[in-house]
Design a protein around this ligand. Structure first.
Ligand SMILES: Nc1nc2c([nH]c(=O)n2[C@@H]2O[C@H](COP(=O)(O)OP(=O)(O)OP(=O)(O)O)[C@@H](O)[C@H]2O)c(=O)[nH]1
Length: 341
């Protein structure tokens, strides 16, 4: 298998990419170091050169099987790309979570590399794998790594025990976990809450002291009666959840105008207002704002449906909608669609 089965993830200073055979010598040099290996549960010490080859080979198999994503953390030294460490996510499908692990070569410590890489992979995982939580554990006295996890957004959730190969026994660990809310990306800025444009009123509707956010959404239904869901991409709040295409109603727009615009922007299709049938609505307390989301049904559109924002799309039978993780506001809508379609 080649390295091209995974698009590298980038951060300000780093690239996270699949490991290749050419990384083996440097990986071996960095990890065959007691100061690195002694903190890691699955790494033996001493660490042989052959093990580096075998490990790299196994990361491709695990990724192809959808079990784990172990990536090289690559940095820049002048013009040169250098292997700095590794970061990985191992899926735990039964609990819709993934375990985060990482290590950084000793000479690269103290620069925030681990948090930068681990945060990026955690956010990617929440947006792209079917998981809702990231979990991790660190050896009890590993305060440095606990600090990394906190910076990523995980919180300490308990204690446990794990086997540490390099130490030859079970040792106490501190457990960490976090979900979409905590493992926020650079988007943690509060979402812009704009005054809604209801008949150009002079006042912003406020529900129980909270601003009202008006969002127009649409269930596109194809000839087989399937409904289109779109996955919120990494970088947006609630990334990884599936939703109905749509978006915020901008000042001066009607709900239908907003929806027609959003469908053109997100899916490159043209819909006329006459083809938007009002179906139902969601009213949801989203914490900082009250979400009011009219949901329309639409069976006719023009143009070839295209995911213009790189978002994943899925045509889903109504009785399968509940299998997709969606924002809490959508749950009642799913039940109504299932009964109606
Ligand atoms: N489109 C859409 N938004 C939903 C659904 N359910 C739900 O809670 N929302 C929420 O409604 C809001 C819509 O915001 P958005 O970020 O998609 O809107 P937008 O396209 O205008 O965003 P932008 O600020 O990225 O341009 C978000 O808070 C989103 O989480 C849904 O099924 N479809």
């Amino acid at each position: 298998m080649t390295q091209s089965d995974f698009n590298p993830l980038r951060t300000e200073r780093l690239t996270l990419r699949p490991l290749g055979p050419a990384d083996a010598a440097e990986l071996h040099r960095l990890i065959n170091d007691w100061d690195v290996a002694r903190w890691l549960s699955r790494v033996p010490f001493p660490y042989s050169r052959e093990l580096a080859d075998e490990w790299i080979e196994s990361t491709h198999r695990q990724r192809a099987a959808g079990e784990a994503w172990h990536l090289a953390i690559v940095g820049q030294e002048g013009e040169k790309e250098v292997l700095v460490g590794c970061v990985g996510l191992m899926r735990q499908p039964e609990s819709r979570s993934a375990e985060l692990g990482y290590w950084v070569g000793r000479r690269y410590w103290g620069h925030g590399v681990a948090a930068e890489a681990a945060g990026r992979l955690a956010r990617w995982g929440l947006a792209n794998l079917d998981i809702d939580r990231i979990v991790a554990s660190v050896l009890e006295e590993n305060d440095r790594s606990a600090g990394v996890l906190r910076r990523v957004g995980l919180r300490e959730s308990g204690t446990g025990e794990a086997h540490f190969l390099a130490r030859g026994g079970r040792l106490p660990v501190r457990l960490f976990e976090g979900g979409r809310e905590e493992i926020a990306g650079p988007f943690t800025e509060p979402e812009p809450i704009k005054p809604v444009s209801v008949a150009a009123t002079a006042t912003t509707p406020v529900v129980e002291g909270k601003p009202l956010l008006l969002v127009a959404a649409c269930a596109l239904v194809d000839v087989d009666g399937r409904v289109l869901l779109a996955r919120r991409p990494e970088g947006k709040p609630m990334a990884g959840l599936w939703e109905f295409p749509g978006g915020k109603v901008e000042p001066g727009e009607t709900v239908e105008e907003a929806l027609i615009r959003e469908l053109r922007e997100e899916l490159a299709i043209d819909v006329s207002a006459a083809c938007l049938a009002p179906f139902t609505f969601a009213s949801h307390d989203a914490g900082r704002f009250q979400l009011l989301m009219p949901l329309y049904l639409c069976r006719r559109w023009q143009g070839t449906l295209t995911a213009t924002e790189g978002q994943q799309l899925a045509w889903v039978r109504p009785n399968k909608l509940a299998d997709y993780a969606m924002p809490p506001a959508d749950k009642p809508l799913v039940a109504m669609l299932r009964d109606f379609l």
